[in-house]
Design a protein around this ligand. Sequence first.
Ligand code: TXA
Ligand code: MG
Length: 320
Amino acid sequence: MLPDHPAELDSSVLEEAIEQLAGGNCVAIPTETVYGLAADATNGLAVARIFEMKGRPKFNPLICHVSDLDMAETLGVFDDTARKLAMAFWPGPLTLVVPLNPQSDIHPLVTANLGTIGLRCPTGVASSLIRDFGKPLAAPSANRSGKLSPTTADHVRSEFPDKNLLIIDGPPCNIGIESTIVKVEDRKLTLLRPGSVTVEQITECCGIEPRITDSGKIEAPGMLKSHYAPDAKVIMNCSTDLPSAGYLMFGPEKNSVADTSLNLSPTGNLLEAAANLYSYLKELDSKGIETICVSPIPNEGLGIAINDRLQRAAAPRQHS
Ligand code: TXA
Ligand code: MG
């Protein structure tokens, strides 16, 4: 596993980040899952900048990041189930979608006027930045819409080369895959996006098994059929050799074409595979490969989230 993020920021970086946020600008922040493109969630212009930078369709609401459960309860309405989940998994890679607290001063662009709000309390520097800024940060992943989520500061730089964007440097995001999203509504749970907090853990925590969404209605952009896509075409569960393809392998396989093969985890560890997923897809992309063949990945535990992202990367492209 990659190292944990340090909890505190260097004071000059912290001051600069707060100045940028207070001025209505975006700041790229490392979290335990992926890098976020953060802005003051109460400032409409700042939030609009996120959409503009990402080229993101406006119907997609943004996750609001908080420093703790107290801040979260000023923004959303928590019932016993939501509180139980927050207490068990926060800070950490779980986003809770709950009814919007009518008293909150969140800008409506953040929630896309849905009447609900997605809340997440991250670990490390992101959490201390929010605490010191004193306001929630809207932060989708720091990539252009439909592209791979960044897990290093360099990925973010290459995503926005022409923008004057403060990017907080940190070690690579140690989980490497976006948070699990669960909607909590009238004691019913709906899994909107699988992630490293699993359905089993959620069920065990509150005794309610989340329903898996199957409707065609878009409740999260991660549910668009094509999302999280590299430039190359992706073929899943590949076992045959294709000429001039790149290989993304898993487990103890022979590394036949060393130059264009990367192994997500030679020992077959799903945590390691999730942490490497986006950076390896990017690395294969950077070699100008047209097709990436991906080995089968066990569809259990974190493997469910990895296969979910790979299915969307492999789907016919809907993005320009
Ligand atoms: O790990 C993560 O969640 C990362 C890091 C930066 O925290 N963030 C992230 O954000 O992946 P984003 O915006 O790329 O994905 C957030 C998902 C979207 O699919 C969005 O539609 C959904 O959360 N979402 C946010 N608010 C929602 C709401 N009120 N109802 C339904 N879905 C919501
Ligand atoms: Mg994203």
